[in-house]
Design a protein around this ligand. Structure first.
Ligand SMILES: NC(=O)c1ccc[n+]([C@@H]2O[C@H](COP(=O)([O-])OP(=O)(O)OC[C@H]3O[C@@H](n4cnc5c(N)ncnc54)[C@H](O)[C@@H]3O)[C@@H](O)[C@H]2O)c1
Length: 251
């Protein structure tokens, strides 16, 4: 299957590293221009931008906090000012927290939900507003997690944020049909700084190793599905949340 995203522009949140970076590079390889955000490590962001440029695509890296409404609205305003329209949004930026519920504070809740849920909501709202105004369709892809289906002890906030992202995906798919397609990807364990497999607690590691395919995934193995969902090949697909997880969850 030869997928072309030529002429499209994608916004990928949290693409300085990990899954976001792999998705941004894969979209660029298919011909999309890329705007991406990141929250830390400018050097990583430079590396992502260089890899995108190597595919001949235009790229802008923007340091911003997705939980900050003013920052997100001003990001979209500056894209409007530059006459850049977003055709594809990948809501990827996220953080994880391993903590017993009894030790979890209100500010832990606000911090995690702020990035994972509020960040996805605000970025999605601004992208959707413009897609609706333009009237020529659009794609939103929300990055969830297998834990949004499974739940996990000591990860209540993270799993709740991803369960909520699944619900957001379905609601947006209904609200913005028929022209804007909204889907989710729920990865299983993937080899990134977030998972940090070498430093995880033995309890967590034991759970992550119970995968039928007997290995964790690589970020590039998530990116292929994102490219498909961004393309014309998925023109009859909306409101779905796809597992990419080595068989660890079979809904
Ligand atoms: N790695 C896994 O095993 C795994 C499994 C399932 C789902 N996911 C999801 O995939 C997504 C990417 O995870 P990853 O493993 O690549 O993580 P990562 O920690 O390697 O990368 C996270 C990215 O998000 C950005 N980010 C963090 N906080 C931000 C903020 N406030 N504003 C803007 N950007 C911010 C970081 O700069 C970075 O680019 C997350 O939504 C995560 O929940 C990861």
């Amino acid at each position: 299957m030869n997928i072309s995203l030529a002429g499209k522009t994608a916004l990928v949140t949290g693409a300085s590293r990990g899954i976001g970076r792999a998705i941004a590079i894969a979209l660029a390889r298919s011909g999309a221009d890329i705007i991406f955000t990141y929250n830390s490590s400018p050097k990583d962001a430079e590396d992502t931008a260089a890899a995108i440029k190597a595919h001949g695509q235009a790229v802008q890296a923007i340091k911003t906090d997705v939980a900050n409404e003013a920052a997100i609205t001003s990001l979209f305003q500056s894209l409007d000012d530059s006459k850049i329209a977003i055709d594809i949004l990948i809501n990827n930026a996220g953080i994880i927290m391993e903590k017993s519920t009894l030790d979890t504070s209100g500010s832990d809740f606000d911090h995690l939900m702020g990035v994972n849920l509020r960040g996805s909501f605000l970025t999605g709202r601004e992208a959707l507003k413009r897609m609706v105004m333009r009237g020529d369709g659009g794609r939103i892809i929300n990055i969830s997690s297998d834990l949004g289906f499974l739940g996990r002890e000591s990860f209540a906030l993270y799993t709740a944020s991803k369960g909520a992202i699944n619900a957001l995906t379905k609601s947006w798919a209904l609200e913005f049909a028929p022209h804007i397609l909204v889907n989710g990807i729920a990865p299983g364990p993937v080899d990134t700084d977030m998972l940090d497999i070498n430093n995880m607690t033995p309890e967590w590691r034991q759970k992550e190793e119970q995968i039928p395919m007997e290995r964790i995934g690589q970020p590039e193995e998530i990116a292929g599905l994102a490219v498909y969902l961004a393309s014309e090949y998925s023109s009859f697909v909306t409101g779905q949340i796809y597992g990419v997880n080595g068989g660890s969850v079979m809904p």
